[in-house]
Design a protein around this ligand. Structure first.
Ligand SMILES: [Ca+2]
Ligand SMILES: [Ca+2]
Length: 259
């Protein structure tokens, strides 16, 4: 008498499917986190708009946005000090008084990041960013200073997590370009980020450079953050579909009937 057929499926098929679904969930969650924590306190932080008429105050310049030679790190343009000043400076004051309780309890950390580079020439000009924590009277309490940088071949990231001193009410973000050769003051800045969250947006940490390069055609507008989230969700959906497909094919091939 023949036994009833029993159907066995290799358990790793299910594990593979679960792993893929899990990975897709991680990507989706990271996209959500990006949307939540990616609130950049610096406005016009990537110089996609003319800085002099959009949230920045000039000390010496004339500052403008530059959009070629070299290519921007983020979006289409970056900060450029122009031709008139040997030492050029522009700044933006970020009002953090709304976070005064945490600040005065000594628990307010601010995450800062920027990309700097110089024009590729002999004796390159310097790019520099200084972040100043100031009290309500404008007195400096502490600062973060990249120092003069001379990155000729690429956009280098400078990043740190900074504890706001008690009494901080304003964070002044200063961009400086110092000319050492030629007529232009060619210390460039791009992709500034300041947040009182301790988690960096995924474009800084989760997404490797190769994904960033894939995303490049999507950059170049103020809707960049939304597009990053959409991209994350698209990847998640793609992974889910691939997971389902692999699971379906393998379950048909590897299912064993034992008689
Ligand atoms: Ca930019
Ligand atoms: Ca120069």
């Amino acid at each position: 008498m023949m036994k009833n057929p029993k159907i066995f499926s290799f358990s790793f098929i299910n594990y593979k499917s679960k792993i893929l679904v899990f990975l897709s969930l991680i990507v989706t969650i990271m996209g959500s986190i990006y949307q939540v924590v990616g609130q950049n306190l610096i406005l016009n932080s990537s110089a996609e708009l003319d800085p002099l008429t959009n949230h920045w105050t000039q000390v010496s310049g004339p500052w403008t946005k530059r959009c070629e030679n070299p290519e921007a790190y983020d979006g289409s343009c970056y900060f450029f000090a122009g031709v008139q000043s040997a030492v050029a400076e522009i700044y933006q004051d970020v009002d953090v008084s709304g976070n005064s309780t945490d600040i005065d309890n000594g628990v307010a950390n601010y995450l800062f990041s920027t990309r700097l580079r110089s024009y590729n020439q002999d004796h390159p000009d310097a790019a520099q960013v200084i972040l100043e924590f100031r009290d309500s009277g404008g007195t400096g309490l502490s600062d973060f200073d990249t120092g003069e940088t001379f990155e000729k071949t690429g956009w280098k990231q400078y990043m740190d997590t900074l504890l706001a001193p008690i009494g901080t009410r304003t964070i002044r973000c200063r961009l400086l370009s110092t000319r050492y050769s030629g007529n232009d003051s060619d210390g460039f800045m791009d992709h500034l980020y300041l947040s009182n969250n301790s988690v960096l947006p995924d474009e800084y940490t989760v997404f490797p450079n190769i994904l960033k390069s894939l995303m490049k055609p999507l950059n170049g507008s103020k809707y960049h953050q939304i597009r990053v989230v959409r991209f994350s969700i698209s990847i998640a959906i793609l992974i889910q579909h691939i997971g389902k497909l692999i699971s379906k094919v393998f379950s048909q091939i590897i299912t064993i009937r034992v008689i």
